[in-house]
Design a protein around this ligand. Sequence first.
Ligand SMILES: Cc1ncc(COP(=O)(O)O)c(C=O)c1O
Length: 377
Amino acid sequence: MHKIPLFKIHTDQADIDAVTLVIKSGRNWAIGPEIEEFEKALADYVGAKYSMVFNSGTSALHALMLAYGFGPGDEIIVPSFTFIATSNAPLFVGAKPVFAEIEESTFGLDPADIERKITKNTKAIIVIHYAGNPCLIEQIKIIADKHKLILIEDAAGSLGSSVGNKKIGMFGDSAMFSFCGPKVIATGEGGAVVTNNKDIYEKMKLVRSHGRLETENYFSATGYMDYICLGYNLRMSSMTAALGLSQLKKINTLIALRQKNAEYLNKELSTIKQISLPMARENNVNIYQLYTIYVKGGQAQRDNLKKYLNDKGVAAKIYFEPIHITSFYQTLGHKKGDLPRTEKISSEVLTLPMYPDLTKEEMDYIVQEINTFFKKL
Ligand SMILES: Cc1ncc(COP(=O)(O)O)c(C=O)c1O
C-alpha cells in the first residue's frame, strides 16, 4: 500500500447530509428532483443551455454517439493518448476511431495531424483536455468548422478548466465530464454531457431511458408512456446526483487547492533539470486533475523513477499508455509504430499524486525523493 496515494477524494458532512436526505426520504431514489437540480447547476457552471447526467462518463459518450447517429462507414478522429473509453465510443456504434498524433505543449490532439487524417468519411473529432489542461481547442475548432465536422470535447477530467473566459466544454458541439474517483468532483461513478444543441439533448434523453417519452417521473406516474426508439438505461441515481450537486458547490475550493498544490510542486521541482513540469499555456486555466511530469532521459529513466517512487511509498502511474498498442486494438489492425510522437510522449510521462488535501509534508517528501533519485544517477 502506498503511503501517498495518487488521489484522495475531498468530502465533508455536506456530502453525507445530501445523500442521507435522499435515502431517508424513502422515495424517488431514481428520477428524483436531484437529477434536474444537478443538471441545472452543471449547465449554469459551464455556461451551457443543456446538461444531462449519466451513470458514467462512458455512458455519456455512448449516448452522444447514438444521438449524433454515427454508425458503420463513419470515421471519428480521436487521440490514442487517452483513456480507452474515448476511442471505444465510436466502436460502440460501429463507427471507426481514427487515431491522430498529439503535440508536446498540451499532450492534446495535434491540429496538423488532425487535418492529415480527415477523409471523405470523417464525421467528427473527439478531443481530450489532458489532465485538466486545455488542448489547442481554438485551432481544432477552426479545422472542424472548415471541414464541417462535429467537434466533441471529452472533458472527463477538465470540469472548471478554461481558455480565456470560456469554460472547457463550450468549444465543441457537445462535451462530456466524468465524476469517477480521481476527477475534480467525484460521485463514485457518474458522467454528464453539456451542449447548446437542443436536438442532441432531446435525442440523448430518449437514449438514456429506453427510448421512452417521459412526461413525468416514470416510477411515480400511473399513465402510459410510449416507447419511440431503441434506448438503454444510462441513468444516474438520485443519491448520486445529490452527491454531485453537493460536490459541485465546493468546486471553486477544490480547484483552488489543486492549483495551490501544483504551484508548490512546480516551484519545488523547478530546479531538477531532468524533468519538465505541467504548465498551462498563456490564457489557459489548468485545474490539475492530474499532475504529470515529463522525464527527459527516455523511457528507461522514467520507468526507474516510477519504480523508485513506488518503492518509497509514492504512487506514481502512467497516464496514459497509448490505446493503439493495447491487445484489443491490435486485433483491429493497429500496431506499435503507428503514432511515433504519441508513443514517445507516453513513454516519458509520469503522473504523481495530486488531490486537494495533499499536504505540504507529503509534497516535500515527493520532492525530496525525486531529488534523491536524480542525485544518485
Ligand atoms: C479522458 C477520459 N475519457 C473517458 C473517461 C470515462 O469516464 P468514466 O470512467 O466516468 O466512464 C475517462 C475516465 O476515466 C477519461 O479520463
